[in-house]
Design a protein around this ligand. Structure first.
Ligand code: GAL
Length: 395
């Protein structure tokens, strides 16, 4: 798994591309270039003089998608596109209806973060039949040819960073004393959750195998540790049951590896309520949600994996503009972008069951109390108002 994710680069000779604002040439150049499978046949899209981008986000309860939606909408509008932005309340049917409505409203491009990666292939195949292009945003769309590109962070690396933080904080390399850990992984219908899990498990496996790290609940498989809908309440309830079942007085818990911040919130609440030990339990997270930044500053959460959401939207908008200009971007998109941040082009690792989807991957960063000011506040990602309240910088 490790080596597969690190091989990243593809070099093709690509015709020089002209990229200016949000214009679209419909159907002609693509039909010539691509040998599509049946579902991928792209017919002429009637030219209505509009360039419409449909952005479908999973829900508003998880903090980050509100920001992703706002960043994407703002930047596509700045590029002269008409934008339809919708939130699906974590409901598959709602997302399917939202996507159908966007196609009917003349969308030329769909940017989609799937509620369930395997549940929207029909509507996307209809989109492709009508010449609409599809970018999977942050979460891979599974089981269909009707997805053109994937933009995300190196999801495997997220799990590696969380595990490395646990190993360093517990001093596992040098320690002779066995330690105890529990796992709170992500939503099983989110393809990312598996990458986070695998990155963490591959990194911890030497310690789990040697007995330096134990799991008193014995729950370490992906499904049995997963959290439907990344729900804070479900994560809290599950960990409270584990604490009350396996951690009587005197039984020490050293770490809880949580896949993201919404589950980490549940874990810290469970620890506050039901953990009898006096030691500080290491708790990981992901997304740098504001509520969790306060918890890292007050010490109840140890770290989070910061993903610069604005950069993810910048890559997506550049890619979207290039596709709408009738091009088939590859590594060249990075070369000509002038971005001041790292981004790689991957054509090997994100197989959605039908095809390997060409992917642009950004770099996640581990953030703890040690580097939080530098990474989140000095960069202006977050600011504080006069009474110290943290808020996100405008899009
Ligand atoms: C994942 C995403 C994470 C986290 C999680 C819960 O797909 O990559 O950043 O936000 O969903 O929303």
């Amino acid at each position: 798994m490790n080596s597969m994710l690190k091989k990243l680069f593809l070099t093709f000779t690509i015709p020089a591309l002209v990229l200016t604002g949000c214009s679209s040439t419909r159907g002609d150049s693509q039909a010539a270039d691509i040998e599509p499978a049946e579902a991928d046949v792209i017919t002429e899209r009637p030219d209505d003089g509009r360039t419409v981008v449909g952005i479908s986000m999973p829900d508003r309860i998880l903090e980050r998608w509100n920001r992703d939606g706002a960043y994407l909408k703002n930047q596509f509008q700045k590029a002269g596109c008409e934008v339809i932005l919708s939130y699906a309340n974590n409901l598959i049917d709602t997302q399917t209806d939202d996507l159908k409505a966007m196609i009917e409203d003349g969308a030329d491009l769909l940017v989609v973060t799937a509620v369930d990666g395997a549940a929207i292939s029909n509507v996307l195949e209809e989109a492709h039949r009508q010449g609409v292009r599809v970018i999977a945003y942050d979460r891979l769309i599974m089981g269909t040819d009707a997805v053109d590109y994937y933009v995300s962070f190196d999801n495997y690396k997220v799990g590696v960073l969380q595990a490395e933080y646990v190993i360093a904080s517990l001093g596992l390399k040098a320690s002779e004393t066995p330690m105890n850990i529990e796992f709170v992984t992500g939503d099983p219908v989110d393809n990312n959750a598996r990458f986070f899990y695998q990155g963490a498990m591959d990194t911890l496996s030497p310690y789990l195998e040697s007995g330096k790290l134990n799991v008193p609940s014995t729950q370490r498989e992906f499904y049995e540790t997963s959290t439907a809908q990344w729900s804070t309440d479900i994560a809290q309830q599950r960990l409270q049951i584990i604490l009350n079942s396996y951690y009587p007085e005197g039984m020490r818990l050293d770490a809880v590896l949580c896949a993201n911040d919404s589950t980490a919130l549940g874990a810290t609440r469970a620890l506050e309520a039901d953990y009898l030990g006096l030691n500080k339990v290491v708790v990981t997270g992901q997304d740098a949600d504001i509520a969790n930044i306060y918890n890292i500053l007050n010490g109840s959460q140890s770290m989070t994996v910061y993903k610069h959401l604005k950069q993810e939207s910048i890559v997506t908008v550049s890619l979207g503009k290039d596709i709408l200009a009738g091009n088939t971007p590859e590594y060249d998109l990075i070369e000509k972008s002038g971005w001041d941040f790292a981004c790689s082009f991957n054509t090997t690792d994100y197989n959605n069951g039908n095809k390997v989807v060409p992917s642009y991957l950004l770099r996640p960063i581990a953030v703890s109390a040690d580097n939080i000011e530098k990474e989140l506040f000095e960069t202006g990602y977050y600011n504080r108002n006069s009474s110290g309240l943290i808020f996100a910088s405008k899009n």
